[in-house]
Design a protein around this ligand. Structure first.
Ligand code: PPE
Length: 308
């Protein structure tokens, strides 16, 4: 990964190389952490962090599900994120806050373990490749099913959940596909390992409802808003795999993935369609501050270093 200068760690900015933990930390042994993925964009008003407050509120909520009380408020974490982005001097970057049970006792209950909080910022380009952004990605339904709501709740963006994602992505890549699509235990479409799924059918958008073992995605919410503003009806529903095979268009969204067209599912070519491209363009206009309709979502970083 491309290193930057500082990492915010438990209240201080430390040098990238010094942001270390002990091998005995609870989060490392048991995946007992919660995290976020956020993007900052280089807008005409300066670095703008997209929907920062919503991401930090979700981090706090993720912690609540695990009885993990964050030692910093959302406002404090917002200030820390601004300070970090300004210090690292990268207006366009990916931001990764994480809270985890730290060094203390080992044992699954995490009784008395401190909660460590870190924020990293670093460059991260197209999640599924530049070619994927334009030409679309190939996908396959995973043999790994999504962990259900009574296994690990998806309202929490918890680190441990991502072993499930890792198995699915690895399986898909080893089979020659760009990305996996995961089903719920009941066989409904859930999500990608790191993305939410949308289907375009007869001029309407369909996306799995929040009851389908999915993360309450912020990009999902953003795309629903934008699509409605552009006049598309949106339905949050139950989908099955043939809804994908027979779709007019399919795309995946997420902070890292932005809006990525899906051009095939299990070898059924559906191509990249006009609605996907329109929504992708509108999304990029929103996050980059080009379309003023959605500027309330931008959290502009003040005190940014002078740009060359
Ligand atoms: N579903 C999953 C499983 C998921 O991990 C993400 C984010 C989303 C949906 C989209 O959520 P949102 O970013 O709020 O729209 N995945 C993060 C990347 C995971 C990774 O490290 O890889 C992200 O997009 O930042």
């Amino acid at each position: 990964m491309q290193e930057t200068e500082k990492i915010w760690m438990n209240g201080e900015l430390v040098d990238w190389a010094d942001a270390k933990v002990h091998v005995g930390v609870h989060g490392l042994h048991y995946g007992s952490g919660v995290f976020e993925g956020i993007r900052s964009y280089d807008t005409a008003k300066g670095p703008a962090i997209f929907r920062l407050r919503e991401h930090l509120e979700r981090l706090e909520n993720s912690g609540k599900v695990l009885f993990m009380e964050l030692p910093y408020t959302v406002d404090e974490l917002r200030g820390a994120t601004h300070e970090l982005v300004a210090t690292n001097g990268l207006p366009s970057c990916y931001i990764r806050p994480m809270a985890f049970y730290g060094y203390g006792e080992l044992g699954v209950a995490a009784t008395g373990n401190p909660v460590d909080v870190v924020i990293m910022s670093y460059p991260w380009g197209a999640y599924l490749g530049e070619d994927g952004q334009t030409g679309g990605i190939t996908t396959t339904i995973s043999s790994w099913e999504r962990v259900g709501p009574n296994v690990i709740p998806h309202a929490a963006k918890a680190t441990g959940i991502y072993l499930n994602s890792m198995l699915a992505t690895t399986e898909a890549r080893r089979a020659g596909y760009d990305e996996a699509i995961m089903l719920t235990g009941d066989g409904y479409i859930a999500d990608g390992p790191g993305e939410t799924i949308f289907v375009v059918k007869d001029g309407r958008l369909l996306t799995p409802s929040l009851a389908m073992s999915i993360l309450p995605g912020i990009t999902r919410d953003t795309v629903i808003h934008i699509a409605k503003d552009l006049g598309y009806p949106v339905e949050e529903t139950q989908l099955i795999r043939t809804d994908l095979y027979l779709a007019d268009e399919v795309f995946m969204v997420g902070t890292a993935a932005e809006v990525t067209p899906v051009r095939s599912i299990d070898g059924r070519e559906i191509g990249v369609g006009p609605v996907t491209l329109e929504l992708q363009k509108a999304y990029l206009a929103a996050v980059n501050g080009i379309d003023g309709r959605w500027s309330d979502w931008l959290d502009v970083v003040e005190m940014a270093p002078a740009r060359a």
